[in-house]
Design a protein around this ligand. Structure first.
Ligand code: GLU
Length: 432
């Protein structure tokens, strides 16, 4: 079983979508189920409705899953497992106050040392624990030996006991900490492989320690994906618009193109343009680059354009707000200069909108509009052009410039003869 475990705390980041895509692809390759676990235990950071938004995005990208689990519904299991750890002396109650711990943390900072818990409460006698009415947290005992994590991308990564530390698994309010909830849930769901962002690497030995301490035998495999960098070589963050999947969709990038791009970066696919089901045939987790991938919006646009070219005319026209082959073909003519559906719409909409004609062509445009309105239907652009030229008496720049503005709503663009092929049946709507 594989899992995608988003936190409902904001717009979906492209890094998360990449994690979801890889999990989906590998689940298909291994013929294992993929579940979605909404990690909603951090009540303060949860945003209402984000869970639904994430699930809708997964469907939009064709990422199928067999189950959705809300982490908050598993709290009773987290509590039971914490009690078991206490019972087996793998965890202990810690009565150190937050003020005290903050003081220790500050001291470590002053000494320029990494803060570690000093295990002050680790060996408290049972009588002292039972009689103590003070609030307490539950800490897991740090490991005795080095923990080695096998990672498909990073190779073997070792963590020393002092770096894993005796960390808190249940807070004073008896809610589980993130690592504890995550480790227990992975066990409950019988997860075999965890694919997630490398920002979670430091959590991995902690989660392994929790499983080991609970005598869980199954070894979970890992793949930690390198981060995605922005133009300036920094981690793509909320400040980068393009980090939000929603933003990319609103900008007119197709789901298939976004998926193609996110699978392509940091990878060596056999071809540049593909869809998810093709990727299932050749994708290899072990071939993902160890170094961060750099986000390049121009490359994404190039891929988007290729996917737009592959749409049939009807589909393309739907993105333009029509359901008509000719509008799809018309949009295709503009693909040279537009790479997203939003850019394409900005070319197609002016064709049907009221025209703004520059003053220098206002007089000729007036004559031309009247002529076109009174002209018969012409199948061929050449015949249409000759007729309008003859009837209007306009020529040269005074003919071609206003004609382009009247028919396309723009001063520049693809060959009018090419455009005419697809708008000839709409001349009445276009020239008003
Ligand atoms: N909830 C974490 C996140 O959204 C993912 C944790 C995991 O995959 O283990 O970054």
């Amino acid at each position: 079983m594989l899992r995608f475990a988003p936190s409902p705390t904001g717009d979906m980041h492209i890094g998360n979508l990449r994690v979801a895509l890889f999990n989906y692809i590998v689940s298909k390759q291994r013929n294992e189920e993929l579940i979605v676990r909404i990690e909603d235990t951090d009540k303060e950071r949860n945003i209402d409705g984000k869970d639904k938004e994430i699930l809708d995005l997964l469907s939009l990208f064709g990422i199928e899953y067999s189950q959705v689990i809300y982490q908050s519904e598993n709290v009773r299991f987290h509590t039971a497992m914490a009690l078991q750890l206490i019972h087996n002396k793998k965890a202990f109650s810690c009565f150190c106050s937050s003020d005290w711990l903050d003081k220790k943390r500050d001291e470590a900072k002053e000494e320029k040392k990494a803060y570690r818990y000093d295990d002050a409460c680790r060996n408290l006698p049972d009588e002292l624990v039972i009689d103590n009415m003070n609030p307490f947290t539950i800490r897991i005992k740090k490991p005795d030996e080095t923990i080695v994590i096998k990672d498909y991308i990073k190779g073997d990564v070792s963590f020393e006991p002092k770096d894993v530390d005796s960390f808190i698994i249940m807070r004073q309010d008896k809610t589980p900490t993130y690592n504890f909830a995550c480790a227990v849930d992975d066990m409950l769901s019988d997860i075999s492989l965890v694919i997630r962002g490398e920002d979670h690497m430091s959590n991995t030995p902690k989660q392994a320690l929790i499983r080991n301490s609970l005598a869980y035998e199954k070894e979970i495999e890992y793949a930690h994906l390198p981060i995605i960098l922005n133009d300036s070589g920094k981690k793509m963050s909320k400040r980068d618009d393009a980090s939000s999947v929603k933003w990319l969709l609103e900008e007119g990038y197709l789901p298939d193109a976004i998926a193609n791009y996110l699978i392509l970066i940091g990878n060596k696919p056999p071809k540049e343009i593909f869809n998810i089901s093709e990727a299932i045939d050749w994708f290899d987790l072990e071939k993902i680059s160890k170094s961060p991938a750099r986000f390049d919006i121009d490359m994404l646009k190039h891929i988007n354009r290729e996917h737009l070219k592959n749409l049939d005319a009807k589909e393309l026209s739907r993105y333009m707000g029509f359901a008509d082959n000719e509008i799809g073909e018309l949009a295709r003519v503009y693909l040279e200069e537009a790479g997203t559906t939003k850019e394409l719409r900005s070319k197609i909409e002016p064709i049907f909108a009221d025209k703004i004609i520059p003053d220098e062509f206002a007089d000729s445009a007036k004559i031309m509009i009247e002529t076109i309105k009174n002209s018969p239907y012409f199948e061929e652009y050449g015949d249409f052009k000759n007729y309008i030229m003859k009837e209007s008496g306009l020529k040269g720049k005074d003919f071609f410039k206003p004609l382009r503005f009247i028919l396309t709503g723009a001063g520049h663009g693809p060959d009018v003869a090419e455009i005419y092929k697809y708008i000839k049946n709409y001349i009445g709507e276009i020239v008003k």
